[in-house]
Design a protein around this ligand. Structure first.
Ligand SMILES: N[C@@H](CCC(=O)N[C@@H](CS)C(=O)NCC(=O)O)C(=O)O
Length: 238
């Protein structure tokens, strides 16, 4: 079976967390919006009032006759199918919990450049963005990164992974968060990296995984850009 991933064609965004899992699993998939007519096809699905379980927003994944939305939910589904999560309930829930925490962080990243409304331009909320980003950098980034450092340090199987002794989709997602933060907040991240060496080491290890390294070097990996979730505004990166 070939999965169909539905996500915006020009950004990594939240779709990237799903792409990384599909790539690590060597799963057959098509990135629908990046094919000819694909974005219209995605919009048509979003507008389709006949669906029993309609997705609210991209990313969503078509797997056979299922249509699954919400990034963490998609990963929960893929994790089980492709051995990217523990088999037992406790481990699966713990991995899901970590993914939801990463999702919270990602929302906060978004709100640094769009603190008032997603529908407004950055330039229309610049002052508020500056205030929001200052607090994000000073207290939220250290709190989230400190938490993931602690989770790595207290993993009974060792600090190489967030959960157990093998890679999970939560590791792939933490890699993506670090990569995005290095693009968006290079100054802040230089400081944070010194305080969270286990998180930095996980980022390097995931980047070196053969399938992930091949993906990162391919044209399937879109570059970070200023329309994306992670954006670099020098004035926000203090
Ligand atoms: N909680 C959802 C958020 C989905 C989401 O915000 N998707 C964005 C793109 S990253 C979108 O297109 N949103 C449209 C909207 O919220 O109206 C998830 O994690 O998948």
């Amino acid at each position: 079976m070939r999965y169909e991933l539905y996500y915006w064609a020009s950004i990594q965004g939240r779709g990237e967390f799903v792409r990384l899992a599909l790539e690590e699993a060597a799963a057959a998939y098509v990135d629908v919006a990046r094919t000819k007519g694909g974005e219209e096809c995605m919009q048509a699905l979003l507008a389709n009032e006949g669906l029993a379980c309609p997705p609210f927003a991209p990313p969503f994944l078509k797997a056979g006759n299922r249509l699954i939305g919400q990034t963490a939910n998609i990963l929960f589904f893929l994790g089980e199918r492709h051995d990217l999560a523990p088999k037992r309930d406790a481990g699966r829930l713990w991995t899901h919990q970590l993914q939801l925490t990463l999702a919270d962080f990602i929302d906060e990243v978004h709100d640094t450049h769009h603190p008032i409304a997603s529908s407004l331009y950055y330039e229309d909320q610049r002052r508020e963005a500056k205030r929001r980003a200052a607090d994000f950098v000073a207290s939220r980034v250290p709190k989230f990164f400190g938490y993931f450092e602690r989770v790595l340090a207290s993993n009974p199987s060792g600090p190489a992974h967030l959960v157990g002794a093998r890679v999970t989709y939560a590791d792939l997602s933490l890699f993506q968060v670090v990569a995005g933060m290095q693009y968006a907040f290079p100054n802040a991240m230089a400081r944070i990296a010194r305080q969270t060496p286990k998180v930095s080491a996980l980022h390097a290890r995931v980047a070196a995984r053969p399938r992930i390294a091949a993906y990162l070097a391919s044209t399937r990996r879109l570059p970070f850009n200023q329309q994306d979730l992670f954006r670099h505004y020098a004035e926000l990166d203090r």
